[in-house]
Design a binder for this molecule. Structure first.
Ligand code: IPE
Ligand code: IPE
Ligand code: MG
Length: 251
């Protein structure tokens, strides 16, 4: 079928990347710049998240992964950790029904062991309630660290080998990828980090092998649809060659 024959609804305003992952950074600095406590930046960050998920759906993005709490964030003061846990609880309680109504499928990646039991339940319930939705997939990276994820995968593969269910020679890239926390989710095409920092901070190290990275100075609480469109615009200027000589077109 030629492009002209495509139904109107299949033509978004522009060709969107299929999977956008976001390192939502800069909440504390946003607050400090206004003389506010850090928690106020986190609160406003939740509003930015709502805006961004809505915009992503409208732009035809199929998968959005958000880095909401890293395995290393436990090194913050207990009071801030408590506030972040409280915000996650409130986000799920307040927004899950709306996300479900919008046909969003929620997935969670990261280590659940060691989390408070009510948080584990909220995360599991969110996945369970929305599992049959076929709109945007929102992957929440919570208590997530990429090296930890790879180590978990390696342990499970070692277990398969020890049980004689898998031969060492059969451990391929696909095998390893299949043991990641959300193996069915495609690798991110675009990773956006806000706040001016230019590092991955242990986010999606396996899956980001060929992701395009876009860094924006905007602090996360100020992120919105125009900022998302600007990042996608930058992504679209890139040539994705995947080691070859010719740019691969497509998302
Ligand atoms: C991102 O904002 C939120 C989390 C890491 C949970 P920060 O809290 O890291 O804000 P900055 O980097 O201190 O400004
Ligand atoms: C990365 O931000 C983690 C999240 C956005 C959840 P950090 O603020 O924790 O990263 P570093 O410490 O500056 O690398
Ligand atoms: Mg930070």
């Amino acid at each position: 079928m030629s492009e002209a024959e495509l139904p109107q609804s299949a033509t978004p305003p522009f060709k969107a990347p299929r999977h956008v992952a976001i390192i939502m950074d800069g909440n504390g600095r946003w607050a400090a710049a206004r003389g506010l406590p850090r928690v106020e930046g986190h609160r406003r960050g939740v509003e930015a998240l709502r805006r961004t998920v809505r915009a992503a759906g409208e732009l035809g993005i199929a998968y959005v992964t958000i880095f909401s709490f890293s395995a290393e964030n436990w090194s913050r003061p207990a009071a801030e950790i408590g506030e972040l846990m409280g915000l996650l609880r409130r986000f799920i309680r307040n927004d899950l029904a709306e996300l479900h109504k919008s046909n969003v499928r929620v997935r969670v990646v990261g280590e659940r062991q060691g989390l408070e039991s009510d948080i584990v339940r909220l995360l599991t319930d969110a996945e369970e309630l929305t599992k049959s939705n076929d709109g945007l997939t929102l992957v929440v990276a919570f208590n997530y660290g990429a090296r930890q994820e790879i180590a978990r995968a390696a342990r499970r593969i070692a277990e398969e080998v020890a049980q004689g269910r898998l031969a060492p020679a059969d451990v391929t890239m696909d095998t390893i990828g299949g043991f990641m926390d959300a193996p069915d989710v495609p690798d991110p095409d675009l990773i956006i980090r806000t706040s001016g920092e230019q590092r991955l901070s242990n986010f999606l190290l396996w899956q980001s092998a060929y992701s395009e990275l876009v860094f924006t100075p905007t602090y996360w609480p100020d992120f919105d649809r125009p900022a998302l469109e600007a990042a996608i615009g930058e992504y679209q200027q890139r040539e994705r060659r995947f080691g070859g000589l010719v740019a691969k077109t497509g998302s």
